[in-house]
Design a protein around this ligand. Structure first.
Ligand code: ADP
Ligand code: MG
Length: 478
């Protein structure tokens, strides 16, 4: 008798429960073709015959599936699909992609009651208390911007944990309002949605609204035109959780700030949660009234910074995993190395790369990546990053990067480090001091000395000059 693997046994037990809960016909159609293929670190991987099949399961059976694996494996169990792709190009080996389960929980709000006759077209509903009407509030939440899809790093740790705390206890933490601020494309909007999604998942009855300061402003101006400013303000006062993105947009718009001020006070006093994002810290905001600014500071202001290399790689990995694609590690690293300030840009490059690869049926190689990224970031004044210089130099001399960043004075390390400093000086806008800090904690004089040494050697030593030329070629990806 064949020895059954543990995942086969687990899946058999799951099937028993599933069978009891759905019709035999559905069971035969949708569950018999599934093959369990792996169970590792609490993730059960199921192979399904097609993408359509996967979508159908997610759409119709995900709740059942989740309940069952939770029961069989435990609360932290996860499910993953491996999909056999139709092979039009090469029929020999079926290739598969892995996809995590999504959690498309219901993000919509239950209708809230509002005094009658204050909306544009009051809906008469015999079941509501006279004088009130039900309004539907669209939460505007985007399910892909969840905490699950957000990579935590040193760059965003405080903001993320505060956001997480708020989502578990809206209105019940000291972080009210929670203001997340920082540069473009660093995850503020993502976190803002994640809070809303987290709250809707745990407290489905809370009315959550995500909106952009720009939309808020536009609605407010319309309400003045239509003489419905009271309705506008009353509407916002109904929220349990109000998330306003990019509040810097309120700058210079005094009337809008006024309206927001009243809404803010009402919500805050009644223990409702406010979440705000902005492109800079409150102290640096211009054109916002003092009384509003001081309220922004009542709770917690947490910043998001550009992510370090590891976090960038982790974000890309998460993204391709979510898309069910496979990319060679060197391509991924190259992407992470060369786009280092803006995550949105990095994702954009990744998406075009995947599209390129699949359109032309080309495999995605580092050469393709280089060409693509050059096109992609040409306009954004790309500059070689220190990380990339370190990597190229270390690869070239076959040294671990840690050594180069360490204080060691071993001869070959010292020389590699000097070369890295030389290229950093030549190819980036970093100050001497900051180049030194990134190369083993040296001071600016050491960097200056390194540059001189490298220049001198280049003039006298032919082999050394060869090294520099090679490296320069590698670093100059254009
Ligand atoms: P911002 O609002 O700060 O300009 P966004 O929230 O729109 O930036 O983020 C830009 C893109 O980068 C989004 O697609 C978002 O999902 C992604 N992103 C940003 N930070 C992270 C992170 N830490 N983990 C995963 N994705 C991220
Ligand atoms: Mg944003």
């Amino acid at each position: 008798m064949k020895n059954k693997k543990n995942y086969e046994l687990i899946w058999e037990d799951c099937l028993k429960i599933i069978k009891d809960n759905i019709s035999l016909q559905s069971f035969k159609t949708w569950f018999e073709p599934i093959v369990p293929i792996r169970f590792k670190s609490k993730v059960l991987t199921l192979q399904v015959p097609s993408h359509f099949f996967y979508e159908w399961l997610e759409e119709h059976y995900i709740d059942l599936l989740k309940k069952v694996i939770k029961k069989e494996i435990g609360a932290d169990a996860k499910l993953e699909y491996s999909i056999i792709m139709d092979k039009s190009v090469d029929k020999k080996t079926p290739y598969t992609v892995n996809l995590p389960t999504s959690s498309k929980k219901n993000l919509s709000n239950t209708p809230v009651s509002m005094p009658l006759n204050i909306g544009e077209n009051p809906i008469r509903n015999p079941f509501v208390i006279p004088g009130l009407k039900k309004v539907n509030v669209d939460s505007n939440l985007n399910p892909t911007y969840s905490f699950d899809n957000f990579v935590e790093g040193d760059c965003n740790r405080l903001a993320r944990s505060a956001a997480f705390a708020v989502s578990n206890k809206p209105g019940g933490t000291a972080f009210n309002p929670l203001l997340v601020y920082g540069g473009v494309g660093l995850g503020k909007t993502h976190l803002a949605h994640a809070i809303g999604i987290g709250i809707k998942n745990q407290f489905p009855n809370k009315t959550v609204l995500y909106t952009q300061a720009e939309t808020f402003t536009r609605q407010f101006i319309d309400s003045i035109k239509n003489n419905t400013t009271n309705d506008f303000i009353n509407f916002y006062k109904l929220m349990d959780v109000l998330i306003i993105d990019d509040v810097q947009f309120f700058a210079g718009k005094e009337k809008t700030q006024d309206a927001f001020f009243h809404i803010f006070n009402h919500l805050h006093q009644t223990g409702k949660q406010l979440v705000l994002t902005a492109d800079k810290a409150p102290v640096e905001m211009k054109g916002i009234e003092q009384r509003l600014l001081s309220r922004f500071k009542w709770g917690l202001s947490a910043d998001v910074q550009p992510p370090g290399l590891e976090t960038r790689i982790a974000i890309l990995e998460k993204k391709i995993y979510g898309n069910g694609v496979n990319l060679p590690a060197d391509v991924l690293e190259y992407l992470a190395y060369s786009i280092n300030t803006n995550i949105r840009e990095m994702e954009g490059a990744l998406t075009s790369l995947i599209a390129q690869g699949s359109l032309n049926k080309k495999s995605i190689t580092i050469e393709l990546a280089k060409k693509m990224i050059d096109k992609f970031v040409k306009n954004t004044a790309r500059e070689v990053s220190m990380d990339y210089i370190h990597k190229i130099v270390c690869d070239y001399f076959n040294l671990p990067i840690e050594l180069l960043k360490s204080k060691t004075r071993k001869r070959e390390v010292v020389q590699a480090r000097q070369i890295a400093m030389y290229f950093a000086k030549k190819m980036t806008k970093w100050s001497l001091a900051s180049i030194g800090a990134q190369c083993g904690g040296k001071d600016h004089a050491t960097v200056l000395h390194a540059c001189r040494t490298v220049n001198n050697l280049a003039e006298t030593d032919k082999q050394f000059r060869g090294y520099l030329e090679d490296l320069e070629k590698k670093l100059n990806v254009n």
